[in-house]
Design a protein around this ligand. Structure first.
Ligand code: GLU
Length: 304
């Protein structure tokens, strides 16, 4: 299969199409990004790689970090985490408060903001230096020491994160947050503000394509069973309230972020990351969705 040819054609085609999306503007620092950035990186387990456009430029990974924190929590705490967060799609926007009140402070899944805040709380309880320990974990699975969090983005989010403050306080009132609200929010924002390139994301997500084993040194980070759970959670909950449409059109486990990135995984075959900052109304990158839909259609490499 000529991946290089397929992806280059898709990059040219999508670059030429009118993009009706809008950059996320509810976090002031995120507005500073150049809206026309567009990168694609494919990393196959058979060591073939294809990088196009702005694939080496770092961007704010935002909610994609929720996959890394879930992975670390499952690895060090195990199945006990599911007592405090569910695995069902929410069908509501990522920052909706409605279900959380009705369901007594137990978030539907770890990829909506409230769920990621519970995972953050669990990790703050377990880790000595939550931010550094998590960054080191991500550096390890990416085989790359050059991964950092952007302090001005984290600060900007904290200043304007009224909804997240509402979520965490509501959960605290139900007893589902054990640490101080401030400490957990700080850690959560540091994770959202991590910056990685498409290349770095595709490389780190190979772990989920490779049954939980790091392809570069064969170390098992997750059991096959936990890897299956993370991929299943991405499939059902990874694209906000557009996860059904993503399964329908793309057919891969994936995770998006409001920085405009989407990473998707084809088990036993590849991981692919795309970045283009303009988002549709559901908060997902318009171009990234288009590339993924066409890529799995043309290659017939989806899980279905
Ligand atoms: N930091 C963002 C927030 O908490 C993450 C949103 C996202 O990428 O889904 O609202």
């Amino acid at each position: 299969m000529n991946f290089d040819h397929i992806l280059n054609n898709l990059h040219v085609k999508c670059s030429a199409e009118k993009d009706t999306g809008k950059i996320a503007n509810y976090i002031p620092e995120l507005k500073k990004v150049n809206a026309n950035k567009f990168g694609i990186y494919l990393d196959t387990l058979s060591t073939e790689q294809v990088g196009i456009g702005d694939c080496n430029e770092k961007f704010s990974i935002q909610s994609i970090s929720k996959v890394f924190t879930l992975t670390l929590a499952l690895k060090i705490i195990g199945d006990k985490i599911w007592k405090r967060v569910g695995v069902e799609p929410s069908g509501d926007p990522f920052n909706s408060l409605v279900q959380l009140e009705l369901e007594k402070g137990i978030p539907r899944n770890p990829f909506i903001n409230s769920g990621a805040l519970v995972i953050a709380d669990l990790l703050v309880s377990k880790l000595k230096n939550p931010k550094e320990d998590t960054l080191n974990f991500i550096r390890k699975i990416s085989n790359n020491q050059n991964i950092y969090s952007n302090e001005s983005i984290a600060a900007s989010e904290k200043k304007y994160g009224f909804k997240n403050a509402a979520h965490i306080n509501l959960m605290k009132s139900f007893g589902n947050i054990k640490n101080s609200v401030d400490e957990v929010l700080d850690y959560y924002y540091q994770m959202c503000a991590i910056e990685m390139s498409c290349k770095e994301l595709a490389s780190s997500f190979q772990l989920f394509a490779n049954g939980g084993v790091l392809p570069y040194n064969n170390e098992e980070i997750l059991t096959p069973s936990y890897t299956k759970r993370i991929n299943a959670t991405m499939q059902l909950c990874g694209l906000y309230d557009e996860a059904g449409n993503f399964a329908f059109k793309v057919g891969l486990p994936g995770k998006s972020g409001v920085g405009g990135g989407i990473v998707a995984v084809c088990p036993h075959k590849y991981a692919i990351a795309i970045w283009s900052p303009k988002l549709n109304k559901k908060g997902n990158s318009v171009k990234a969705l288009k590339v993924l839909e066409e890529f799995t259609t043309q290659t017939e490499l989806s899980i279905f």
